[in-house]
Design a protein around this ligand. Sequence first.
Ligand code: AMP
Ligand code: MG
Length: 481
Amino acid sequence: MTFRFDNSYARDLEGFYVDWPAAPVPAPRLLRLNRPLAEELGLDPDLLEREGAEIFSGRCLPEGAHPLAQVYAGHQFGGFSPQLGDGRALLIGEITDRAGRRRDLQLKGSGRTPFSRGADGKAALGPVLREYLVGEAMHGLGIPTTRALAAVTTGEPLLRQEGERPGAILTRVAASHIRVGTFQFFAARSDIDRVRRLADYAIARHYPELASAPEPYLAFYEAVAEAQAQLVARWMLVGFIHGVMNTDNMTISGETIDYGPCAFMEGYDPGTVFSSIDLQGRYAYGNQPFILAWNLARLGEALLPLLDADAVRAADKANSVLETVGARYQGHWMAGMRAKLGLAGAEEGDAQLAEDLLEAMRGQRADWTLTFRRLADAVTDAGTLRPLFRDAAALEAWLPRWRARLAPDAAERMRATNPIYIARNHRVEEALAAAHAGDLAPFDRLLEVLADPFSERADRELFAVPAPEGFDDSYRTFCGT
Ligand code: AMP
Ligand code: MG
C-alpha cells in the first residue's frame, strides 16, 4: 500500500516533537474502516480491509511513516499547564488527499509517550467509537472536524474506573494537529524564535495567502479568530457542547478536535453541561462563545512578540483583533440563525426575533433539534411543533411575527439546514454498550443515519426521538481516560 507520506511537521519543526514508536499490541483486529474517507484520501479501502489491523494498530507502519509525539501546553479549565503533549497519540505522517489537501494521520491510544504524565497512553473501545461516531456526525452536519479513518481493537484489556475494558486505537485524520496550546508551549518558555517558526509553518499550511500580507502574523491571528468564531457559531446552531474547550483542544485550522465529554443538547437550556469533570459549568453550552474569546486571548498573548517589537503596540494590535471576536461570532451565528428560521433577507429585528424564540423554548424542555425541524412544518401548520412545548403560549405569540418574515421557499430551505437526526446521547450509549457486548450493528446503523442527517425517513423515525424524560438530567460524559 502506498501512502505517499510527506512529513512536513517532522521535517520543518525539529524541537516541536519527539520521535516515538507505537507500543506493541498483542492481537490487533480491524473493527471498522471508514471506506469513503479512505477513498477521499486516495487510499485503497480493499487493501486496508486486509492490512488495516497491522497498520492502524501501529504494529506495522507503512513506508514513509514517521511516528512522533507532538509537544504542546494549554490552559485546562482556566489553569495553565506548561507541559502537555501527545500522551496517548502519535502523528504517523501526512498525506495529500485527492483534493490536494494535506492531512495528518494520527493514532490515538497507541501507548505511553514522554508526555503521558502517569497515565497509560491507551484508549478504551467505548471512547474510540464515541469519537468515531460524533466526528462523523459533525461531518454529516457539514461542520469542520477531524475524522475517524479506522478503529482497531488491540487485544489488550485496560483497567478503567468502570472495570476492565477492551483496548482500542482510533486513526484520526486532521487538517493538522496544531493547537492554540502548541503556540503556548514555546511562548511560555520565551522561545520566540520557535513561536515564529510555528506561525510561519501554520501560515504556509493553513493560510498561505497571508504570507504576503503587510503584517502576516497579525493577519494570521485574525484568520484563526475568524475560523474559530465560525466554528463555535456552528456548534451553537446544532446544539453541540464540546465539553472541554481547553486551549490545547482548539485547533489553528478551525476544525473541531478531541471528542471526549462532548454531547448534543436536547432540551434547550444554556446551562447544559454533561462532562463529569466540569463541575463549575465553565464549558456549558451557553458559555462556549465566551470561552472562544478567552482562548483566542491566550493565542494573542502567545503571538505578542511577533506582532510588534514594541510591547505596547503589540498589545494594541492583539486587542484590535480580540475586539472583533464577539462581532465575528455574532455575525456567523445570526447568519446561521436566519437560515434556520427561513427568514427572507436580513432585518434589524431578526436578532430579537431569534432571542424571543429561544426565550419561549427555555424552561419548556423544548428539544433544540426538533423545534427547529418542526418549525419548517409550522410555516403552514404548527401541529407538529406545539407538542414539543409544555406550555406553548409564548410560542403561539411568536409564530405570527416569524411568519411575517419568511422567505418564499422557507420550509424547504429550513429542512436543508435544520437536521432531523443528531447523535442523541441515549442512542450513542446504546450503540457503545452493544459494541462492548460484541454487536456492532447499532453502531453501524447510527453511523449511517448520522451521515445523512437532513433527509427524514420513516424507517429512521426512532433516531429523531429525544431521550426518555429524566435521561439527560443524570447523563454524564467522561474524558475517555
Ligand atoms: P484531553 O483534554 O482529553 O485532550 O487530554 C489532555 C492531555 O492528557 C493530553 O496531553 C493527552 O495526551 C493526555 N491524556 C489523556 N488521556 C491520556 C492517557 N490515557 N494516557 C496518557 N495521556 C493521556
Ligand atoms: Mg486534547
